[in-house]
Design a binder for this molecule. Structure first.
Ligand code: GTP
Ligand code: MG
Length: 220
């Protein structure tokens, strides 16, 4: 594993895009339904137990949470969607913010879409897939909580999801994942390395961010 992931540090929580750190370098965002396991996936990938806040209560992550990998690279924990108790006005706000973020954030170089393997490809997931298509963003899907199914059943779901996406002409990569059993970590790291351009660092042309100046907001 690239040791930089282990050193990931909280930058800030942004209620809106205007509160986000400067739009420079490269950024990879984790999206998905509330309670799917986004925050857990981030913690597992950086081998830290409490970088991103995990909760049994759906809808916990309501903000855009930014984490620094290094001066030029960030991970973003996006607010979950599809939480039934969220009022309509908040849903609308969420949709606007997500569309704005996905369409206008220049640093954004890829989306990791996290789905609970027991409930894959919800309407919201399709919405996210189509936004990524529209914005020409690379997409990698994690079928997480794969520990909840026997290996054979997990593999069958993986193939079904793959088939449905290819039937819709969607180009994505996807894999099984479990934060609990630590399944699939190396594969996600490979995707992150590729999108972050580790190995072709000179390719990242933006100015370095001074994280000391940004780390002023209370952690989530
Ligand atoms: N069994 C199992 N449980 C998991 C796994 N990943 C997450 N969970 C549990 O699922 C619940 C939700 O996890 P979170 O990581 O907070 O989910 P989230 O997608 O960040 O949720 P929001 O912030 O509400 O959008 C927690 O109780 C986690 O412990 C996994 O791989 N296996
Ligand atoms: Mg979360």
């Amino acid at each position: 594993m690239n040791p930089l992931y282990h050193r990931a540090a909280f930058i800030c929580s942004a209620p809106q895009l205007k509160d986000a750190p400067p739009d420079q370098g490269r950024e990879i965002a984790f999206a998905g339904r509330s309670n799917a396991g986004k925050s857990s996936a981030i913690n597992t990938l950086v081998q830290q137990t409490a970088l991103a806040r995990v909760s049994k209560t759906p809808g916990r992550t309501q903000l855009l949470n930014f984490f620094a990998i290094d001066e030029q690279r960030k991970l973003v924990d996006l607010p979950g969607y599809g939480y039934a108790k969220v009022p309509e006005a908040m849903r609308r706000q969420w949709r606007q913010m997500m569309e704005n973020y996905l369409q206008n954030r220049k640093a954004l170089c890829g989306i990791v879409l996290v789905m609970d393997i027991r409930h894959p490809l919800t309407d919201f997931d399709w919405q996210m897939v189509s936004w990524c298509e529209h914005s020409r963003l690379p997409l990698h899907i994690l079928l997480t909580k794969s520990d909840k199914l026997k290996y054979g059943a997990a593999k069958t779901t993986l193939l079904q999801v793959q088939r449905e996406l290819s039937r819709a002409n969607i180009v994505v990569t996807l894999q099984l994942f479990s934060a609990l059993d630590k399944i699939g970590i190396a594969d996600v790291h490979q995707i992150l390395d590729q999108w972050f351009g580790f190995g072709d660092v000179a390719d990242v042309s933006s100015e370095p961010v001074e994280f000391d100046k940004l780390a002023t907001v209370t952690p989530p």
